[in-house]
Design a protein around this ligand. Structure first.
Ligand SMILES: [Mg+2]
Length: 263
C-alpha cells in the first residue's frame, strides 16, 4: 500500500487554471485505493474553501482530505495548551482553525495570550505588529503557519506569511515555531492522519525547498513534478541551491503514476 501527501499550487493547479493530468492522477489514486491528503502551506483558506477550489479546477475533493498550515498550527498549540487565549494575525482559514480547536482569539488590548500565531494577513498593520511583539516579549509562544516569503499570484510575486514574520521576529528578537512545509510539524500531522508507515508515503510537489525538503526530513519518499517552480532546464541548478534531490522527477503526474505502476 502506498499513500500520498499532495501539494496544491504548482502541482494540481496554477491559481484558477487546472494542471494537465492532475484530475486523472487523483482518479488513478482513487482507483488504486491509495490514501492521500492535500497538504497546503496556504493559511488563508479553510478546508472547505480549499476543497471548493479543487472542485473548480476539476478535482472532486472533500474538506476532510485537506490539511492546511492553519489547522496544523492549531493542533500544535492544542497539544501544548488546551483552550488557551491566542493573538492571531491572519485571515479566515486561521481564525476558523483556531476556533474549531477551542481557542479564544484575543484583541490588541489583552494582557497575556499564551500564543501569538501568524499567517498571511493582507490587512497587516503597524498596530498588529506592535501587539504581537508586546505579547511575545511578555512570554507568548510565537508560532508561524508557513515560512513562504513570496507567493505566485497572476504571474507576479506577492509577499507571503514569511515576510510578515520577518518583521515580527526582528522586533521581538524571537524566532517563531514554524509549522508549514518544510517543517516536520505539518508533515508529522499529515503522516499520522494518513495512518501509514512513512516509508510507504510519497510526498509530491513542485517546490524543492518546501515539499521535497519537508518530505525527506520526515522520512517519506519524494517526487518532484515539473509543472510549477522547477523546469527541466533549471532542475540541476535548483537542486544544488536547495541542497535536496528528490527520489523521482516527473514531467506530469500521470508520468509519476506510470513510474509507480512499474515498480
Ligand atoms: Mg506548490
Amino acid at each position: 500500500m502506498l499513500g500520498f501527501l499532495l501539494d496544491l499550487d504548482g502541482t494540481l493547479y496554477h491559481g484558477d487554471r487546472p494542471i494537465p493530468y492532475a484530475a486523472e492522477f487523483i482518479g488513478w489514486l482513487k482507483a488504486q485505493g491509495f490514501p492521500y491528503l492535500y497538504v497546503t502551506n496556504n493559511s488563508s483558506r479553510t478546508p472547505d474553501q480549499v476543497a471548493d477550489h479543487l472542485r473548480k479546477v476539476g478535482i472532486a475533493a472533500l474538506p476532510e482530505e485537506v490539511l492546511t498550515s492553519s489547522q496544523a498550527a492549531a493542533l500544535y498549540m492544542q497539544e501544548r495548551q488546551q483552550g488557551g487565549r491566542v493573538y492571531a494575525i491572519g485571515e479566515n482559514g486561521l481564525r476558523q482553525a483556531l476556533r474549531e480547536a477551542g481557542f479564544t482569539i484575543v484583541c490588541e488590548d489583552d494582557d497575556t495570550p499564551a500564543f501569538v500565531v501568524q499567517g498571511i494577513d493582507r490587512e497587516f498593520s503597524y498596530g498588529k505588529l506592535a501587539a504581537a511583539v508586546r505579547y511575545i516579549r511578555g512570554g507568548a509562544v510565537s508560532v508561524l503557519t508557513n515560512p513562504d516569503h513570496l507567493l505566485p499570484w497572476n504571474n507576479e510575486l506577492q509577499p507571503g506569511a514569511g515576510s510578515i514574520a520577518a518583521s515580527i521576529e526582528r522586533a521581538s528578537q524571537t524566532a517563531p515555531v514554524v509549522i508549514g512545509k518544510p517543517s516536520p510539524i505539518i508533515m508529522n500531522y499529515a503522516i499520522a492522519k494518513l495512518g501509514l508507515p512513512r516509508e510507504q508515503i510519497w510526498v509530491v510537489g513542485d517546490n524543492l525547498s518546501t515539499d521535497i525538503q519537508g518530505g525527506q526530513a520526515a522520512g517519506c519518499r519524494t517526487a518532484l513534478v515539473l509543472s510549477g517552480l522547477v523546469s527541466r532546464d533549471t532542475l540541476q541548478e535548483q537542486q544544488q541551491r536547495a541542497g535536496v534531490r528528490p527520489e523521482l522527477v516527473c514531467g506530469h503526474l500521470m508520468e509519476l503514476a506510470a513510474m509507480l505502476s512499474n515498480t
